[in-house]
Write a new protein. Structure first.
Length: 346
């Protein structure tokens, strides 16, 4: 029987080509079934198969008469057919020493006739065959032979289309992935990974509309890192960047997943706390102050700790966004001019 090895260069080359076509173990396809039906009808045979020779099996893309999707290579007549160009015909398998002891010949389904047209890539790699089989010895007319070759050519045309469609599908998936990444980048502050100002404003507009419908109250918190310019001037901008990232990470730990955290600009941060009373938000601000008091900033003196000034405003159904932003900014201003490291609520 046919010898095959995973180390055989031709087998590996064939496997690589099959992977490029994305055909192995693919779903049943009516277009391939139609070609297979034509082959069986034209050649008047009870069996017809479009098969591909993998490194360790013969896999059927379409079959008539067998009711299976693959066989071992050691019983494959097609594994012989791919070793020569054009048509491979065995008029009587019992009179051919290569196949007279094949279990598919001596046992069910007792195959006595085989004709296979090579499925070959444009660069000459044999992938498998379009074959017709019968339980009785026989021959094909010249017209049947030519038809089988033409149909095999159509299979390869379908494979090329299959490959193109799969490539386009992958390209579209990559495009969707890139678009999603770009949307994230467009909405994200590059230093902290938090929402940027534009994206936060959009979320704030959505929350304002929700508050007006539900008549519930949310809270808006604005925080500013105290004496941030001094950190930059004394220890350099890398230390300043580190301080901003540390504060962003603390915010992620302190606030809820439902809260929306934003780097508003520079050392200013804004947080939207849905369905939260301002006094509840005040307790969260107290937690921020506590965590910061025991957090050191790498790259600075040991006695340098971050502090923040905080303004908190209740977002009520009657309050519009523009006035809310102005008022929370004023509350922050009041906190900074009242000694810093405090929270002012309204």
């Amino acid at each position: 029987m046919a010898h095959n090895s995973n180390c055989d260069p031709q087998a590996l080359q064939r496997r690589a080509a099959l992977e490029r076509y994305h055909i192995l173990d693919s779903e049943r396809d009516q277009a391939f079934d139609d070609i297979n039906w034509l082959a069986a009808t034209i050649c008047d045979t009870p069996f017809a198969v479009i098969n591909f020779i993998d490194t360790d099996r013969q896999w059927f893309k379409s079959e008539i008469g067998f009711g299976i999707t693959q066989t071992e290579l050691d019983v494959s007549i097609c594994a012989h057919a791919i070793l020569q160009p054009g048509l491979f015909i065995v008029p009587d398998t019992l009179k051919d020493r290569r196949f007279d002891s094949n279990p598919l010949v001596t046992g069910d389904p007792q195959l006595r006739f085989y004709a296979g047209a090579l499925l070959e890539t444009p660069d000459g790699i044999a992938l498998g065959t379009l074959c017709v089989l019968d339980k009785r010895p026989r021959r094909l007319s010249e017209k049947q032979k030519q038809s089988l070759l033409k149909l095999a050519s159509q299979v390869m045309q379908l494979l090329a289309l299959y490959q193109t469609n799969e490539s386009q599908k992958l390209m579209l998936q990559e495009l969707d992935k890139t678009r999603a990444q770009l949307r994230v980048l467009a909405a994200t502050d590059p230093l902290t990974g938090l929402l940027n100002r534009r994206a936060f404003n959009e979320r704030l507009q959505q929350e304002s509309a929700r508050i007006k419908r539900s008549k519930q109250t949310s809270a808006l918190l604005m925080a500013d890192l105290d004496h941030f310019k001094a950190i930059n001037d004394r220890f350099g901008h890398s230390a300043g960047d580190q301080a901003i990232k540390i504060f962003a990470d603390i915010c992620r730990r302190v606030f809820r997943q439902s809260d929306v955290i934003c780097r508003w600009g520079g050392e200013e941060f804004m947080v939207l706390l849905p369905d939260t009373e301002k006094h509840q938000a005040g307790r969260v601000a107290d937690r921020l102050h506590q965590v910061l008091s025991v957090t050191e900033i790498p790259g600075t003196a040991d006695d340098i700790h971050l502090t923040i000034s905080v303004g908190i405003l209740a977002l009520e159904p009657t309050r519009d966004i523009d006035s809310a932003l102005l008022q929370v900014d004023q509350l922050l201003y009041d906190a900074k001019h009242s000694g810093r490291n405090i929270t002012v609520l309204n």
